[in-house]
Design a protein around this ligand. Structure first.
Ligand code: IPE
Ligand code: IPE
Ligand code: MG
Length: 239
């Protein structure tokens, strides 16, 4: 596809409402959301997207009822064990982005193992933001630079952020009908194209992702320049 985003980031929102509408417990929505994520990873790889970053659990999600938080932790541990061999076979390299200090020893070991076992893969970089917040990321990066006595510049800060291993997202999708970032990729979203879908995350399928990619392909990214500057091909030098 022409104008395919190199890096797609997704706020996977709407699992709870998906379940509630069916008179199911919220955790049923999170489980169904996992199926949608599995399909999405595959679809991104098939379309040629090189980096996929998803928001799975925010710094603020700790404020949910304790039983939902523990279900989400269990789901993560369960998904790691079940999904990683398949991701490995499909050429997906997994990275976990977020504050691991708040996670249990068991979950931390699972994350490290998933990263190590997929480290040689190159088809798709898959960043899972878990216990992540954009403000945490910026403050943590600044604190590490300050502790090393390094100057804080745009360049040094960008290099110290948790997503320094990939270019900024080209396209950020949020499902579930809300029009906000909810503390996702605050620094990296500076020039991302934003796309909002009313579909709840468990219902967001390949055709919906294709619609987002098609919408992106029609955008004009100006990065502060004028439309004429970005559409006019540079004049050829006379021989
Ligand atoms: C997103 O779905 C998943 C997480 C935040 C973990 P929600 O759980 O926020 O679903 P809604 O927004 O309540 O429907
Ligand atoms: C954002 O969704 C976080 C994730 C998708 C993991 P939320 O449902 O937590 O966001 P708010 O609270 O509606 O802003
Ligand atoms: Mg939500």
């Amino acid at each position: 596809m022409q104008n395919l985003p190199h890096h797609v980031a997704i706020v996977m929102d709407g699992n709870g409402r998906w379940a509630t509408r069916r008179y199911l417990p919220r955790v049923a929505g999170h489980k169904k959301g996992m199926d949608a994520l599995r399909a999405c990873v595959r679809h991104c790889g098939d379309r040629g997207v090189k980096v996929l970053t998803v928001f799975a659990f925010s710094s603020e999600n700790w404020n949910r009822p304790a039983d939902e938080v523990s279900s989400l932790m269990e789901l993560l541990a369960f998904a790691l064990a079940r999904e990683v061999p398949q991701l490995k076979a499909e050429g997906v390299r997994v990275h976990f982005i977020g504050d691991r200090s708040g996670l249990s020893e068991k979950v931390r070991a699972g994350l490290a193992q998933a990263e190590a076992s997929t480290a040689a893969n190159t088809r798709l970089v898959f960043n899972i933001c878990f216990n992540y917040g954009g403000r945490w990321d910026i403050a943590d990066a600044a604190a590490r630079l300050a502790a090393r006595g390094e100057a804080i510049t745009e360049r040094s800060l960008a290099g110290a952020l948790a997503l320094a291993h990939v270019p900024d997202p080209d396209l950020i999708i949020r499902t579930g009908g809300e029009h906000r970032l909810s503390n996702f990729l605050l620094w990296q979203a500076a020039y991302a194209e934003l796309y909002f879908s009313d579909k709840l995350w468990p219902d967001f399928g390949g055709a919906d992702l294709d619609a987002a990619l098609a919408d992106y392909a029609g955008r004009e990214r100006r990065f502060g320049k004028t439309s004429e500057q970005v559409t006019t091909a540079p004049a050829r030098k006379a021989a």
